[in-house]
Design a protein around this ligand. Structure first.
Ligand SMILES: Cc1ncc(COP(=O)(O)O)c(C=O)c1O
Length: 386
């Protein structure tokens, strides 16, 4: 199993705290935005006398409401097309277990969410990367690149839309192109849409299940973690109109008994969150993105694309080894008692040796903190020697 590049430096961060350094956490997508009160209240005010298991696929009430949420987003699915999971993480594991046998292959545009590596290894699945580049702002590689990689073992293409770590947002046309190849080669298109609401510059998210042709071939991975800033609830879901996918995923769900009961109560209530909450949050993230990118671009030798969604960006630095740099930032560097924690980007690739001069930054901090964090990065780059 690979370590998570997002979490592996935690012991060094703890050392930094012990040395009384303030650490700005740019490494993890843990938003500082408050969870909706309505969700927290639903747990505080509940009168359960037994904290029982729920149904393996999640409670009927919650799945009915999730289906209504999707309808509002032009995704027409029913409660029976949904399996509630312990975070999007478990939905990814169920999806891989459901569609692939040991040794099967899944094509994923790279860089990708680092834990796909861990889920693939747990499921005995081989990731076949298709490279997207910072120079192209991580646009989808030409479809011919995907087709070249398809073998008899290929079971799916997995995309993250909007993308972590790139912030890339797939256009409707790109989704339609992907739909055409998965249908042509009888594959699944798995779309991790946990950041669906977070799109900027007036761009709209287009879900794979808005595409009617993908009814049999599409699987959505979803989560409440980022949508409602409820990462600790550990609730997500797997959605597919393919009955066989749902019945097989349900067997995985039965083996782990049920998703957490309190967290389903909170997540069900969170669905009542008014649109104004998202409007405010999106303005805030967009502002943070603009601030971060502007200040990063001012540092000599730094390259960064402009994320169109989610709240991450890949940043190329004038260094050779970002693993070493990230550890050095915590162990050996501070600017007036302050430093930053970043995620080295090599772990977001499966191709060896790629991304070594890149880091991923999550813009989940207040603007003032982001500005300070970039100042610290700039000073650190001046002092650091590879
Ligand atoms: C793209 C993506 N997918 C899935 C997850 C898993 O989230 P969770 O298990 O908290 O729902 C994350 C978490 O950061 C993510 O960024």
């Amino acid at each position: 199993m690979p370590e998570s590049p997002i979490r592996k430096l935690v012991p060094f961060a703890e050392k930094a705290y012990k040395a009384n350094k303030k650490v700005y956490h740019l490494n993890i997508g843990q938003p500082d935005i408050k969870s909706p009160k309505i969700a927290l209240d639903a747990v505080s005010n509940n009168t359960l006398s037994i904290l029982a298991y729920s149904r393996s696929e999640g409670s009927q009430e919650y799945r009915d409401k999730i289906a209504a949420y999707y309808k509002k987003n032009d995704i027409l699915v029913k409660a029976n097309d949904i399996i509630v999971t312990t975070g999007g993480s478990e939905a990814l594991l169920f999806a891989m277990g459901t569609i692939a046998d040991q040794g099967d292959e899944i094509i994923i545009p790279e860089p990708f969410y680092a834990n796909y590596n861990g889920f693939a290894i747990s499921s005995g699945v081989k990731i076949v990367p298709v490279i997207s580049k910072i120079e192209d702002n991580f646009a989808l590689p030409p479809i011919s690149e995907f087709e070249k990689l398809i073998t008899p073992k290929t079971k799916a293409i997995l995309i993250c839309n909007p993308g972590n770590p790139t912030g890339y947002l797939y256009s409707k046309e790109e989704i339609q192109k992907l739909a055409a190849i998965v249908i042509k080669h009888d594959l699944f298109l798995v779309a991790d849409e946990v950041y669906r609401e977070f799109t900027y510059d007036g761009l709209e998210h287009y879900s794979i299940l808005q595409e009617e042709s993908l009814a049999e071939n599409g699987i959505i991975i979803d989560s409440v973690s980022k949508r409602y800033s409820m990462c600790g609830a550990r609730i997500g879901c797997l959605v597919s109109k393919n009955k066989q996918v749902i019945s097989t995923s349900l067997k995985f769900a039965q083996a782990r008994l049920s998703p957490p009961t309190f967290a389903q109560i909170a997540s069900e209530a969170a669905l009542e969150t008014p649109q104004s909450y998202f409007d405010e949050v999106i303005v805030e993230y967009k502002d943070r993105r603009n601030t971060l990118i502007k200040h990063l671009k001012e540092i000599p030798g730094v390259k960064v694309g402009v994320p169109k969604g989610a709240f991450y960006c890949i940043v190329e630095l004038p260094i050779k080894n970002s693993d070493d740099f990230a550890q050095w930032l915590l162990e050996d560097f501070d600017l007036n008692g302050e430093t930053i924690m970043v995620a080295p980007a090599a772990g977001f690739y499966s191709s060896p040796g790629v991304g070594l001069n890149q880091i991923r930054i999550a813009y989940v901090l207040k603007k003032e903190d982001l500005i300070r964090a970039v100042e610290i990065l700039q000073m650190a780059l001046k002092q650091y020697r590879d």
